[in-house]
Design a protein around this ligand. Structure first.
Ligand SMILES: [Zn+2]
Length: 61
């Protein structure tokens, strides 16, 4: 269980999926780093917690 750090609401567990492996790129830099994805059917997926109130998503790298 994950609590929202903004409003303390219980967050929904799910996955953020992509056909390609997403990259995190630091502001001002050109080179990014690939995120640590799991396979979810034919998608790459990051574990993601979502707060319905705040519309925030917290990702596990
Ligand atoms: Zn929240």
């Amino acid at each position: 269980m994950m609590k929202c750090p903004y409003c303390d609401n219980e967050m929904e567990e799910g996955a953020l999926r992509s056909r390609v492996v997403p990259e995190w790129v630091k502001k001002g830099e050109k080179k990014g780093q690939l995120l640590n994805c799991e396979k979810h059917f034919s998608y790459n997926a990051l574990v993601a917690y979502r707060c319905d109130k705040c519309k925030k998503i917290i990702l596990n790298d």
